[in-house]
Design a protein around this ligand. Structure first.
Ligand SMILES: [Zn+2]
Length: 704
């Protein structure tokens, strides 16, 4: 049954460039949209820039321009980058539009009218110099748990603790450096508890229907465990966003109007008349509760709860339909590690496009993308090999080896019919590839591409077995040659049809060569016969590895040359969870990768001498030894250390000295709390050697 589907990708934050982490998601949704259309569904595909929030306000201020000017410039960059990656949105808008303001107000008023809104005073840290409340990410200070300096207001990057910004020791404002003061302000909340039962039912129902991954639903159980708390949706001026109606000086938190932006962009699309199958009235038809149309979101795993708790609650609370599916993907890594600016693997979309072909990356990502939340690794060597071997070697080569003979001997025309065996061969391959439609729909692109490449192997074996270049030398075998070329080029067309969602630009060139424009997968059922093809022009070239190297080098340079007044991924790129969402998928954190560290970094480690008072094997663990250390002025410490394999008789360690990290956050393990880490040299297993210290050292002495 053909469906009508609205598809969105997460809105890129309008305060940074599109990088390859974003591209994973836009390519994933674009492939899905193309495949669903070719399967006969009607799909509307929209996105927008997420243009509000403190970070955008502050960055515009820093650059001496208006926030509107800032987001306009970014919008132009974003749309050009996505277009050049072949990501074909029907409409790409911004959340800073009248359509979005209207719709946000409409949803808000309905939430209020239905009794889902409450207000209460909230104590928050306030920058007295800049006269603004500080989002968590705009406050730094000493971690209350491990006492590391310069940690953000919501979480410590050293020990991983999360806390309230009010608990930071010696906090300071990232905006002005001033010491923040506590101040009270009235905030507005959406009462999520009103939706608890509804959301639980929706999650289970969507999981059963394939609209939510089991991993996602499981993750959300944690949120329900303690009961859903009301969601704080207001921010005080100064703020760049939409003012809450009737509440001067209060603004909607950026995460309120961001998802509404999906619908506002869709409404603009309905009203602009650019799609013949979409009229203004379709907007209400799509968004009403109980609609038989689908709403499908593609997002990264860092913004799950915004899309599976807040967003459906808001929609339902306002009397609108909830999403049909929220498809979550993992983050992009490069060569097995987080994208890193210092290694040059944090690659902006434009830098990639300056050096390499968009379809190459699209193809590689297709070979890696599955329906799970697993991270996707861009292994640069595998990328090069796969593109060269699959796209050029197995696919394009079929056409390049056969096209010349068709023009030379047959006036560029394919045979009128295929004999039974050849036709049976074609039909079997075509039938086999029909499984790809379901694989694309299930977002298992990796499995779809594997199947396509298997058929490509079969096609290449056919060409190699029949060696048209040998046949061509024998005038008496012309008819036979014509059949071989016709079947080979139909194999090529078949592969092109099924690869086209992944590599649309290359597929378009291939169809131009075939002089054929199949719009549906089912066009593959009938081979092209008695049909004239165009002269062959190269469709894709091999990757020159030097271009990959050049891209990596350019990514290193762009860090040095184009560095902004604000450091990369500084808190100025977002606020609170928005910061992490904006920076997603998974760029390296603020700290450059640890090739070198400063003396200050080293000084943050409190290394001490400990004297072993007791040491024993931990029952139930084959790895751990439990140490009790005399840590001098620090008192006694219990440390669990995974060195059991290296020390068969732990009692022999009693009385000796060890070196340990004293300011590592205490870690609760299954076998008890470990209050630090004992250092040892070696590679692990039984190859581990505790460090010792010369005579004279005493328990508790610092190691510097
Ligand atoms: Zn900490």
């Amino acid at each position: 049954m053909p469906r009508e589907i609205l598809v969105t990708s997460a809105l890129p934050y309008a305060n940074g460039r599109i990088h390859l982490g974003h591209i994973v998601e836009h390519v994933q949704s674009d492939i899905w949209v193309r495949a669903m259309r070719m399967a006969g569904h009607t799909v509307h595909y929209v996105c927008a820039d997420d243009a509000h929030g403190t970070s955008i306000m502050l960055r515009a201020e820093k650059e001496g321009i208006t926030p509107e000017a800032l987001i306009d410039g970014v919008w132009k960059e974003h749309t050009a980058d996505l277009r050049d990656f072949g990501v074909a949105y029907d409409h790409y808008s911004s959340t800073h539009t009248e359509a979005n303001r209207e719709l946000t107000y409409r949803i808000w008023r309905a939430l209020e009218a239905n009794g889902h809104v409450e207000s209460k005073p909230v104590k928050q840290l306030f920058d007295p110099e800049r006269q603004m409340f500080l989002p968590d990410r705009f406050i730094k200070g000493e971690c209350p748990v491990c006492h590391s300096k310069d940690q953000y207001g919501d979480a410590c990057e050293v020990c991983g603790s999360t806390y309230n910004p009010i608990d930071l020791i010696d906090p300071y404002s990232v905006v002005s450096g001033a010491k923040p003061v506590e101040k009270e302000s009235l905030h507005f909340f959406v009462k999520l508890a009103d939706f608890e039962v509804l959301l639980k039912t929706w999650l289970q129902e969507r999981r059963a229907a394939g609209g939510l991954q089991a991993e996602v639903v499981n993750k959300l159980q944690e949120w329900f465990a303690g009961g859903l708390r009301s969601w704080d949706v207001s921010r005080d001026a100064p703020y760049f966003g939409f003012e809450i109606p009737g509440q001067p000086g209060k603004y909607f938190y950026v995460w309120v109007d961001a998802p509404v932006g999906y619908l506002a962009a869709f409404r603009e699309l309905c009203e602009r008349g650019s799609k013949p199958d979409l009229k203004p009235a379709d907007f209400e038809r799509f968004i009403r509760a109980g609609s038989d149309t689908d709403m499908v979101h593609f997002i990264g795993k860092d913004i799950i709860y915004f899309h599976t708790l807040f967003w459906p609650a808001m929609l339902h609370g306002a009397g609108l339909g909830m999403p049909t599916a929220v498809n979550v993907h993992g983050f992009l890594t490069v060569d097995g590690a987080k994208m890193s600016k210092s290694r040059g693997t944090f690659v902006n979309a434009r830098t990639y496009l300056d050096h390499l072909d968009a379809d190459w990356l699209r193809y590689y990502l297709a070979t890696m993308l599955g329906p799970t939340l697993a991270d996707i690794d861009l292994d640069l060597k595998a990328f090069e090999e796969r593109v060269n071997s699959h796209l050029v070697g197995k696919w394009v080569n079929i056409a390049s080896r056969c096209a010349g003979f068709v023009h030379k001997f047959f006036d560029g025309k394919l045979a009128d019919t295929l004999p039974e065996t050849a036709r049976a061969r074609y039909d079997a391959a075509a039938a086999r590839l029909e499984a790809c439609a379901a694989l694309y729909e299930a977002r298992d692109y990796a499995a779809a591409v594997r199947l396509i490449i298997e058929v490509a192997d079969e096609a290449n074996a056919y060409v190699a077995d029949h060696a048209p270049w040998v046949m061509a030398k024998d005038e008496s075998r012309r008819d036979e040659l014509h059949i071989v070329l016709t079947l080979a080029l139909n194999y090529f067309r078949l592969l092109t049809i099924w690869l086209s969602p992944a590599v649309p630009a290359t597929a378009t060139r291939a169809f131009e060569f075939l002089d054929d424009r199949p719009a549906r997968f089912d066009a593959a059922r009938a081979p092209l016969l008695g049909h004239a093809i165009k002269p062959f022009a190269p469709l894709a070239t091999r990757i020159d590895p030097n271009r990959i190297t050049a891209m990596i080098e350019a990514s290193k340079e762009s860090l040095q040359v184009k560095s902004n007044p604000s450091p990369p991924n500084s808190p100025l790129e977002g606020e609170g969870s928005k910061a992490r969402a904006a920076a997603s998928p998974s760029p390296e954190s603020r700290v450059p990768s640890p090739e070198t560290i400063s003396i200050d970094d080293f000084a943050r480690l409190d290394l001490r001498i400990g004297k072993v008072l007791a040491c024993e094997a931990v029952d139930g663990s084959d790895k751990l030894l439990r140490f009790e250390l005399d840590a001098g002025e620090l008192g006694r410490r219990q440390i669990l250390s995974g060195i059991r394999a290296a020390y068969a008789d732990p009692s022999k360690l009693v009385g000796r000295h060890v070196v340990f990290i004293a300011n590592l956050a205490p870690r609760k393990m299954r076998f008890g709390v470990s209050e630090g880490m004992i250092l040892s040299a070696g590679t692990g297993g039984n190859e581990l050697f505790l460090l010792d210290v010369d005579a004279g050292a005493r328990a508790g002495m610092p190691v510097k």
